[in-house]
Design a protein around this ligand. Structure first.
Ligand SMILES: Cc1cc2nc3c(=O)[nH]c(=O)nc-3n(C[C@H](O)[C@H](O)[C@H](O)COP(=O)(O)OP(=O)(O)OC[C@H]3O[C@@H](n4cnc5c(N)ncnc54)[C@H](O)[C@@H]3O)c2cc1C
Length: 457
């Protein structure tokens, strides 16, 4: 049994843990990172990266179909084996050697194993004890939630790991959950050859987003041949003829070769020794933190990323990691933008790229909000990209302060647009000033001009 001292002990090597470790080590602190599986976490191997690798080839084909001249040149179908091979390349065949090199290049000590708190400032990994002079950071992430639906656990459904690592498309796939992970994976496997049905209990897909985003994504999925069932509550699941049957409240039953469960995430807070530090998880098991990412105002215990439940997205996890790292390094910082300025992109066809509040969120927060909408395809730039494509763009304006509090762009390849809106929201740029930010001609960014004109500027 060995005891070693470090300045910072990080438990969990997903995007949150890695970024924090890199930053505190860069600030001169002796750092150890404990990881039980793959350094890089869910995002690199079983979530963000493989799902986009599965979606991108078909997205390109749709885009080529809108560009005369190029359309005629593409005559074949998607090469499924090549798409899956590229996906494997993107996830480095589930080998984290490069990530280990990244840590070691920064002087961070990687430790393989299950980390558990063992009292104040102490983490146990098997027989090893790691003592933190300055901070312990919990970055253990989250796991798929398996809802308590009768029979569900017995059929051993796919979760995001299975759905991002599968070696062939199932003939048919039921997707339980129409959030961003559900719709992306539904689209991916549909374009790779599966018959896909989405079962969503709410009355629309992507329910936290603007209603028009839900409608336009649903229409896009239907056009690809995905069967979308909204307002459909699964009541029971059972094995059937080598496949799975999901019973829907009201009597209908749907059967497919495979079932994917994508209904939310549960924080990884079990069996990590929280009780030894006197910590009790909060609502739904997430660790409650303050704006410095400290657990219960502790002087030494931090929780960043999915495990604190503030935002379950990699980029915001990495934002929290930077804030917590700076705080550990002694700076006076606070996470201010991981509640109302969260950018998010759904990589469907059309894409949804949004930041900040929807109109409904803004009104619920008591903001005197007004929305302006234009067609995403209404610019000269759209003649070349996204020609005849669906999509609405919206700005949500705080009328009292005359600043943006939200924006949503639905359309093909709008993902890269959202950062401009994030800058406007976070920077609280006055609309009168924003009007002087001139988009190039002929780019699709001229949608900003039309939105501001629609507003009356
Ligand atoms: C299908 C899907 C697609 C997604 N796509 C996107 C996207 O496009 N963009 C985006 O921003 N977000 C996306 N997300 C969300 C994103 O994957 C997560 O928000 C992100 O991975 C969370 O990072 P994290 O560092 O908090 O945790 P994780 O990535 O979950 O990493 C936690 C790590 O801790 C390790 N660990 C856990 N407990 C212990 C322990 N006791 N000891 C040692 N190690 C431990 C785990 O093995 C894991 O490697 C997606 C999620 C899903 C499911």
């Amino acid at each position: 049994m060995a005891e070693r001292e470090f300045d910072v002990v990080v438990v969990g090597g997903g995007p949150a843990g890695e970024v924090l470790a890199g930053r505190v080590a860069g600030g001169g602190l002796e750092t150890v990172l404990v990881e039980n599986h793959l350094i890089g976490g869910a995002c690199s191997y079983y979530a963000c990266m493989p799902s986009k690798a599965l979606l991108r080839p078909a997205e390109l084909l749709v885009e080529v179909g809108r560009v005369p001249g190029a359309t005629e040149a593409v005559t074949g179908n998607l090469d499924v084996a090549a798409v899956l091979a590229r996906r494997d390349e993107v996830v480095h065949d589930l080998d984290d050697e490069r990530q280990v090199d990244w840590l070691e290049d920064r002087g961070i000590t990687p430790v393989r194993g299950w980390g558990q708190l063992d009292g104040e400032r102490t983490v146990r990994v098997g027989d090893d004890t790691l003592v933190a002079r300055r901070a312990v950071v919990i970055a253990t992430g989250s796991s798929p939630t398996i809802p308590p639906i009768e029979g569900l656990a017995d059929v051993d459904p796919w979760d995001n790991r299975d759905a991002t690592t599968a070696k062939q498309a199932p003939a048919s796939l039921l997707v339980l959950g129409g959030g961003f992970a559900g719709v992306e994976l539904a689209q991916a496997w549909r374009t790779l050859g599966s018959e896909v049905t989405i079962i969503e209990a709410m009355d629309r897909l992507l329910s936290p987003e603007e209603p028009f985003a839900s409608e336009q994504v649903e229409a896009g999925l239907r056009e690809l041949g995905v069967d979308v069932r909204t307002g459909a509550k699964a009541s029971a699941v059972r094995a059937a003829n080598g496949g799975v049957t999901v019973e829907i409240e009201g009597g209908e039953a749907l059967t497919a070769e495979q079932l994917l469960v994508a209904v939310g995430r549960t924080p990884n807070t079990n069996d990590i020794g929280l009780e030894s530090a006197g910590v009790e998880p909060g609502e739904r098991g997430f660790l409650e933190v303050d704006d410095q990412l400290r657990v219960g105002g502790s002087e030494w215990l931090y929780a960043i990323g999915d495990v604190n439940g503030r935002v379950l997205l990699t980029h915001m996890n990495k934002y929290q990691a930077r804030i917590a790292a700076e705080h550990i390094l002694g700076k006076d910082v606070a996470a201010t933008e991981d509640r109302h300025a969260i950018p998010r992109v759904v990589f469907t066809e059309p894409q949804v790229a949004a930041v900040g509040r929807t109109l409904a969120d803004a009104k619920e927060d008591g903001i005197n909000a007004r929305a302006v909408d234009v067609s995403t395809a209404g610019t000269a730039g759209a003649s070349f990209t996204g020609r005849n494509s669906p999509g609405t763009s919206r700005l949500v304006v705080d009328e009292d302060r005359r600043v943006l509090v939200g924006a949503t762009f639905v359309g093909p390849e709008t993902a890269e647009w959202v950062h401009a809106a994030t800058i406007a929201v976070v920077g609280e740029v006055p609309l009168e000033r924003l009007w002087h930010a001139v988009p190039s001609f002929p780019t699709r960014s001229e949608v900003w001009l039309y939105l501001l004109e629609e507003y009356g500027l």
